[in-house]
Design a protein around this ligand. Structure first.
Ligand code: AHG
Ligand code: MN
Ligand code: MN
Length: 336
């Protein structure tokens, strides 16, 4: 087979980006490479998920006598292990772990970055063969290099992110990541196991026709949100419509589609859960960063997601995210 050398790999791309910064150490490239490696391993298991019934349910012992782990636990272990053994990450926080983990070995305490992630997002969709994802967020630590990281390193507002990204395990597997310089998407070439640049310099269209929200919660949303949903339902051609409603229930896939096609995704607070469902640090912040770099917007209905000062690792926030002009229209309803 001929390898197409016109396409750039993830490694080539990140190293080339470094050439403009002679003082850069290359640690971020290493970190992204390691996340890409963990994601490839997760991808292999996600593709086998349909075989779980044959090979053994999660929590049982499979035919090889190995314990079958839940995929979210497996993904969490892979990411944690790969980052711990790498040379760029001093600690992690994860949806799957109550507290952050500081890597206290001699190599890791000298690393510059901390990483927060949702190892498997949309995991209730695994059983029914619907796309799921991994979400990650990278910060430069605020404590001195050479010391063990503390909670302070993880509780930084989203506007301090150095990079953020996600992986969609979909009809193809894609890794999309953003730095302040831009958003780029890499598709996994399964024949050679390489991430190849397929979506350079992603920009979110200023307007789209898609709105994504859980309509089942409609009567639990406040009046302003309901009014805006009615606006979406009543858009005419003259008005930039008609809109179409799309909601997979996997945030990664829903926001990925809207990022590429243009659209708006909402997870408002409900009467039962005034802060909604989604987590600020490893679900909302990374997407808010990516969307903002791509030209879109993200708010909690009152302030920009990236400006929220976090107080807890697992705190939740309402989320409204998407195309710039659609977000501006939504904001006239949320803060009339
Ligand atoms: P997770 O699988 O990590 O718990 O997250 C699932 C999230 C998110 O992906 C999705 O947008 C949302 O849950 C869907 O929630 P509802 O079913 O309440 O709409
Ligand atoms: Mn999630
Ligand atoms: Mn999850």
């Amino acid at each position: 087979m001929n390898v197409n050398r016109r396409v750039q790999t993830l490694d080539e791309f990140t190293i080339q980006q470094l050439r403009d910064f002679p003082q850069a150490t290359g640690e971020l490239s290493h970190l992204l490479r390691n996340i890409g490696l963990a994601a490839k391993r997760v991808n292999v298991e996600v593709n086998k998920a349909g075989l779980v019934d044959i090979l053994g349910d999660a929590g049982t012992v499979n035919v090889q006598g190995e314990e079958v782990k839940k995929l979210d636990v497996y993904a969490n272990d892979q990411l944690t292990r790969v980052l711990q053994h790498g040379i760029a990450c001093a600690g992690i926080a994860s949806e799957e772990l109550d507290d952050f983990v500081a890597f206290d070995d001699a190599k890791s305490v000298k690393s510059k970055y901390v990483c927060l992630f949702d190892p498997l997002d949309g995991s209730s969709n695994i059983d029914v063969n619907v796309s799921i994802g991994t979400i990650f967020s990278v910060y430069r630590r605020v404590t001195p290099i050479g010391t063990v990281v503390t909670k302070q390193d993880f509780l930084q507002p989203g506007n301090q992110q150095v990079a953020a990204g996600y992986v969609v395990y979909g009809s193809s597997t894609m890794l999309v990541y953003a730095t302040r310089r831009g958003v780029n998407g890499f598709t996994l070439d399964p024949s050679v196991g390489e991430w190849t640049l397929s979506h350079p310099d992603i920009k979110c269209p200023e307007r789209g026709k898609i709105y994504s929200v859980n309509h089942g919660n409609f009567f639990q949303y406040d009046d302003n949100v309901r009014k805006y949903i009615n606006v979406c339902q009543n858009k005419t051609k003259a008005d930039g419509g008609p809109y179409t409603q799309r909601y997979i229930g996997s945030m990664v896939s829903d926001v990925h589609r809207n990022l590429i096609k243009g659209g708006i995704f909402m997870y408002p607070g409900t009467t039962d859960r005034p802060k909604g469902k989604l987590r600020l640090l490893y679900e909302c912040n990374p997407f808010a960063f990516i969307m903002t770099v791509a030209g879109g917007k993200a708010t909690n209905g009152k302030i920009g997601i990236l400006d929220i000062e976090p107080t807890e690792l697992h705190q939740r926030t309402p989320l409204y995210i998407g195309s710039k002009l659609m977000m501006e229209e939504l904001e006239t309803y949320l803060a009339p």
